[in-house]
Design a protein. Sequence first.
Length: 174
Amino acid sequence: MKTITFLAFMLAVPLAGFAQSKSLDDIFSKFENKDGVTSVNISKDMMAFVAQMDSTDSKSRNFLSKISQVKILVLEHASMEDKSNFNLMAKSLPLSDYKELMVVKENNQNIKMLLRENQGKVSEFLLLVTGDKEPVIISIRGNIDPKDLGKLSSGMHMKGFEYLAHLNRGKKTN
């Protein structure tokens, strides 16, 4: 009987930790319809459509065609309670699946840029901004070339993408 109780306990402990972990989808679901929150979900079909429209730049067209989804959540005008809840949920994200590219701490904001790789290719870029001012999540999924992400910041005139400009800072120019 002690063995069965011990085994049940050992099986329950990891499940309890897993239940507390929040996913990106949980965060989007919780905040996407709140007042003061901007939520954007760009599908693969829309990315392909935009790539077809941009007939002048083959590099941009090629990059856009490799993106399967862009999800953006910006809490710039959300209540302090929503921002606080967002920050708490963001802390519980399972970020161990990602490689940390850069961390920027400025003006009570923490900016993390992360990559998830799958079989040696970048499958997701994640930008996570926490703090009291303007919490943001940007998730870009697809077959991504990291060199193109900085270019994306200047091409997408949407709130939150200005943080991608940090990718181009600190690069040496010859």
